[in-house]
Design a protein around this ligand. Sequence first.
Ligand code: TXA
Ligand code: MG
Length: 330
Amino acid sequence: METEIILVDKNVKKEETYSQAVEILRNEGLVAFPTETVYGLGADATNPQAVEKIFEAKGRPADNPLIVHVDSKESALDWVQNVPEKALQCMDAFWPGALTLIMKSKPDAFAANVTAGLSTVGIRVPNHPVALNLLRRVKLPIAAPSANTSGKPSPTRAEHVYHDMEGVIPLILDGGATAIGIESTVLDMTCEPPVILRPGNITKEDLEQVIGTVRLSSDIQGNAPKSPGMKYMHYAPEAPVYLIENNQALVEKAIEHVQKDGKKVAVLSTAEFPLADYYFRLSAETLYDSLRKCDRTDVDLILATVSPAPKRNVAMMNRLEKAADHKWFS
Ligand code: TXA
Ligand code: MG
């Protein structure tokens, strides 16, 4: 299969491009599109054959449910039932935006493989003009996980999608680099108080200003993984990633130690380390891009420096810890 990558915004053939994308989605095909968080790999969420193609393209385990994207709160309400007042408040406050709400879905609303057989579904309205234009035109709920091969860093640029999906999907809508760079906050509205299953750019504090107490799933003891995807290895580049305290002397010693064995080291940090073979700037917006850039080098080991995390960085630290599989350099 030939994979087309089309720049959408400044394209004179913009309408033609959207029509092409709509046509593919309505005929059980996959289209990758930008959102404000990461690029999504979209399929018609009501069609099990279409959804199956997402799992095949990504190599994604079938017990990991997908997030459904719609164009508005009104569209979302067509697909869910027993919606709590707090969920409506979140929709009004944060949609369109990087917040996925887990709610009870209407019976037989979605293909069973979207929800991994659960009675609940994760829905969001993305805050990106290309995603919204596409959703408005296609008039279908679109299941879309991040458009990467399962286990790899999520794509924040169309080139990342192309790297993973070339020859596998027919069309990538290119909307440039995504603004936020990490996946949406996932908030479970089926319990009280609501629980954050995956931290994101919309923080616990942001949510609490609107709906009061919210719990973090990582704070709940003996908690079975309620967000099934969270148990899998994620976001990992090819070379092993190690966390290290953001202390200049310590990091420099570590670099020298690795290089002494004839190995190449990359440092991901907020401050530059000229001693390292490669240096990439660390921020939520650039994390996945930096991890993918490491894959294009001959690096043997990646050091990621960790500073006491300001609240906005909780989500980035969560992804970095997963990329490192929680290993610390010692
Ligand atoms: O920012 C995002 O959310 C991106 C963009 C493309 O919108 N999408 C994304 O989707 O990250 P995905 O499929 O890679 O992440 C889905 C996450 C998983 O952690 C999954 O376990 C959780 O959402 N999830 C989905 N449905 C769920 C449900 N019914 N109950 C609990 N967790 C659910
Ligand atoms: Mg993902």
